[in-house]
Design a protein around this ligand. Structure first.
Ligand SMILES: *Cc1c(COP(=O)(O)O)cnc(C)c1O
Length: 387
């Protein structure tokens, strides 16, 4: 983890709020509308001459407190929060795309983002092509004529990172907007805006919240890009963040740095020991130096077992690791690719991703690392078959 980045971010996120009566957390302003004293105050606000909140669909002080902190965390001008990570993705893409536009999307993108591309955007006349991370880095002409590059680094499921500075440079040269989903790294491990990427978004349901108790999303970008989202998709799609959820996220953010340190320490322990487990074919878990921009390893990784491991039996034998989707909270989780990624329907993302059915995703939580390792090895030992 970067020694330069972390203390600065920790200080920033821990900064006390200056609330009424010395409150050190922001108040939850649970209101739908904000009334005005006079006709002329109201008129000035509606004409855009003042900035007071009008209506919680577009503006709320508790949400604004979270957005401000998030903008600082990602080193951006401004942030805009949403009801979910998918709302952040959809509201960003629809604000900048129109029929006929081309999108270059990273392969192994988050499965619901893939479904958004294929089932909603493509039928609206947007052309989407998928490329491995290396193509974004190495093919300087890839983004020629492309309106928007949609990135994840590392990607979902197989966690392949890319060199974001290089990709940002290619995007700038072609006039392509670059958007990255930075949920895996969080701003602790990677700050894409400082590398030249135009827009960063998060499923704040994961590390930003950190407690598996809320679903939320956020976008951080320049004033101009956020202004476009605030003008178009935030008010018109209306997937705003609720004040209480914003309060939870602000609380989560303040422990982001120590949480990420603990996730990283546990993940490092797992990666080192997994390399000696004979039933493990591959570990997908990028860390510091696997891409120039990546400052460390997060707690979300995947493992490919060989054919001797009975995966249902392994999952059922785990005690600390619960079976479930999502990640980024306290509790460790296991998600077998066979049930978590393959989904019925017209777009079989298991086939799209080419993911091995022997893959399991692990979310390493904040429990004692040695307890987790013992749980993992006990479960593995009880589920190895003759093959
Ligand atoms: C969970 C997730 C999303 C979607 O976020 P929600 O908050 O569940 O809507 C998007 N991208 C990544 C990488 C995710 O893990």
């Amino acid at each position: 983890m970067s020694d330069r980045l972390t203390p600065e971010l920790a200080t920033l996120l821990a900064a006390a709020f200056d609330g009424a009566g010395g409150a050190i957390t922001p108040p939850i302003v649970q209101t739908s509308l904000f009334a005005f004293e006079t006709y002329s105050d109201f008129e000035d606000r509606m004409a855009g001459r003042t900035k007071a909140a009008i209506y919680t669909r577009v503006q709320n002080p508790t949400v604004a407190a979270f957005e401000e902190l998030m903008a600082k965390a990602e080193a951006g001008d401004e942030a805009v929060a949403f009801a979910s990570g998918m709302a952040a993705v959809t509201s960003t893409l629809l604000a900048f795309l129109k029929p006929g536009d081309r999108v270059a999307c990273v392969e192994h993108v988050y499965p619901d983002t893939f479904r958004l591309m294929e089932r909603l955007l493509r039928p609206f006349g947007i052309d989407i092509a998928y490329y491995p991370p290396k193509r974004f880095e190495e093919d300087e002409q890839l983004l020629d004529g492309v309106r928007l590059a949609y990135l994840e680094s590392p990607s979902s499921v197989v966690f392949e990172p890319m060199d974001l500075s290089t990709v940002a440079r290619h995007a700038r040269r072609h006039g392509t907007l670059s958007v990255i989903d930075n949920s895996w790294a969080s701003p602790v491990l990677q700050r894409p805006l400082s590398l030249g990427i135009d827009m960063v978004l998060h499923s704040a349901s994961k590390y930003i919240s950190g407690h598996s108790d809320t679903v939320a999303g956020v976008v951080v970008a320049s004033h101009d890009h956020v202004a476009r989202i605030r003008d178009l998709t935030l008010p018109l799609l209306g997937a705003k963040l609720a004040p209480f959820e914003a309060f939870l996220l602000t609380r989560g953010l303040r422990t982001l740095v120590p949480r990420m340190k603990q996730h990283e320490a546990t993940a490092n322990l797992f990666v080192e020991r997994l390399s000696k487990v004979p039933q493990v074919r591959r570990v997908h878990s990028p860390g510091k130096g696997d891409a120039p921009c990546l400052e460390g390893r997060s707690g979300l990784m995947s493992i490919e077992f060989d054919d001797t491991v009975d995966i249902p039996r392994f999952c059922d034998a785990l005690r600390h690791f619960r079976l479930g989707v999502s990640w980024g909270g306290f509790e460790s989780l296991v998600l077998p690719a066979r049930v978590g990624i393959a989904q019925a329907g017209d777009h079989n993302s298991m086939r799209f991703f080419g993911v091995s059915p022997n893959l399991v995703r692990l979310n390493l939580g904040l429990e004692e690392a040695e307890d987790l390792w013992r749980d993992f090895t006990d479960a593995l030992n009880s589920s190895v078959t003759a093959g």
